[in-house]
Design a protein around this ligand. Structure first.
Ligand SMILES: Nc1ncnc2c1ncn2[C@@H]1O[C@H](COP(=O)(O)OP(=O)(O)OP(=O)(O)O)[C@@H](O)[C@H]1O
Ligand SMILES: [Mg+2]
Length: 388
């Protein structure tokens, strides 16, 4: 909007009717919309309903005088500009009014040209202030947008780098499998073929998991909240991971407290988070060569208004410095067989449910992940959780 398009209202306060009339007519002729009041109290009332851009007030009025009115107006809206009308010999008052942030003062008898200059200056000052404010807000918004974009780009760059690195490792694995398949076929060695085939299948499985994780991360969907029996849910998770755990010769123990009841979750999401953590437990057991037998314990219990899941393994465990980095995106100690998406995503999912994951681990002994999820999350917290 151009300067002259800003609507301009002026409130006039003077106890002398003649002066009010003259000023009102002159200001109207100059194109201003004028309101007038015969004392400070009335002026303040009009001010509060009309919120004029400029107030012109006599400095001496019975009751609330011009300086009092000025102070009150500035307190209510510091952006309103106030011009004081002073009589001869009111110099001290006029200076005092400047101290209280009056924009100008004009002396009686009022010269119409001086009035016009003073009012139009005040008007420009108000408009410039408004423009400056709009400009600053715009600038702040732009800076905010730019920062968000930069964050996005750098995490995108990091992600692409890490994904490429991950895929490169997986391709090396696939090459190895294909080599075994090739030489197995040419020498008709069925053990070699089986070995090569197992590697190819494993690598394809890894690529599938990685792509699913990336898709999950790239496209957040709204949570689909449902009331669900916690033990029934844990049973579903256990049934998915149990065959894999047992295939590796690892013992799997369920400790489900039957009485824990229901909780409200997006079952698909929490299921994915649990499977990630259980997968890690399997890896930790497989990596550990210091023990003869391995065990994973999956338990469900409750504490006050929370459902708690513990996933314990007696695998390789972790040093404290590893524990501190666990939930970081792309943190993995598994080389080409891990992407470091698993716990990052699991942690986000649990946070979106108002819950948290805690970890206890000691090297060579094992690790326990405890996931606590509130049985019910207030609607407002559910809405906020979309932004996590
Ligand atoms: N139960 C555990 N015992 C020992 N170390 C663990 C355990 N769980 C996680 N870790 C460590 O945390 C790291 C990060 O785990 P995360 O699940 O995020 O990634 P990942 O398993 O390496 O890869 P993926 O994205 O395929 O899950 C692992 O590489 C591992 O070093
Ligand atoms: Mg993992």
């Amino acid at each position: 909007m151009k300067l002259e398009d800003y609507p301009c209202t002026v409130l006039l306060a003077d106890d002398e009717e003649d002066i009010r009339d003259v000023l009102r007519i002159s200001l109207s002729d100059m194109g201003y919309k004028v309101y007038s009041a015969q004392n400070g109290e009335e002026a303040l009332q009009i001010f509060q309903t009309v919120m004029p851009m400029i107030v012109i007030t006599d400095i001496k009025m019975p009751g609330m005088d011009g300086i009092d009115l000025l102070k009150k107006i500035k307190r209510e809206n510091p952006d309103t500009e106030v011009i004081m009308i002073t009589g001869h010999g009111d110099m001290e008052l006029a200076i005092k009014s400047l101290k209280y942030k009056a924009v100008d003062f004009i002396t009686k008898p009022i010269n119409v040209d001086a009035l016009e200059i003073s009012v139009s200056r005040a008007r420009e000052k108000v408009i410039m202030k408004q423009k400056l404010q709009e400009y600053t807000e715009n600038l702040e918004r732009l800076i905010q947008e730019k920062t968000e974009l930069q964050d996005h780009l750098s995490s995108l760059g990091l992600m692409i780098g890490s994904i490429s690195h991950g895929i490169k490792g997986l391709l090396t694995g696939l090459d190895g499998g294909m080599y075994l398949l090739n030489t197995g076929f040419s020498t008709e060695n069925s053990d070699r073929i089986r070995e090569g085939w197992d590697i190819v299948r494993f690598m394809v499985e890894r690529i599938r998991k990685m792509i699913l994780d990336i898709l999950f991360y790239a496209k957040k969907r709204e949570l689909n909240w449902e009331q669900i029996n916690a033990v029934g849910f844990a049973d579903d998770v256990a049934r998915v991971v149990e065959p894999k755990i047992k295939n590796h010769g690892i013992e799997f123990v369920r400790e489900f407290e039957e009485s824990v009841g229901e909780f409200e979750i997006d079952a698909g999401y929490i299921h994915a988070a649990m499977v990630n953590i259980l997968d890690n437990a399997v890896d930790a057991c497989l990596k550990d060569k210091s023990k003869d037998s391995h065990k994973i314990v999956f338990s469900v219990r409750q504490a006050e208004t929370f459902i708690l899941f513990d996933i314990s393994d007696n695998g390789i465990g972790m040093k404290q410095e590893t524990v501190e980095k666990l939930f970081k995106l792309f943190f993995s100690t598994k080389g080409s067989t891990g992407t470091g998406f698993g716990l990052f995503i699991s942690n986000q999912i649990i946070q979106q449910h108002g819950g948290k994951i805690s970890v206890k681990s000691s090297p060579n002994k094992g690790t326990t992940f405890t996931i606590s999820i509130p049985k019910i999350l207030p609607e407002s917290a559910k809405a906020d959780s979309q932004n996590i």
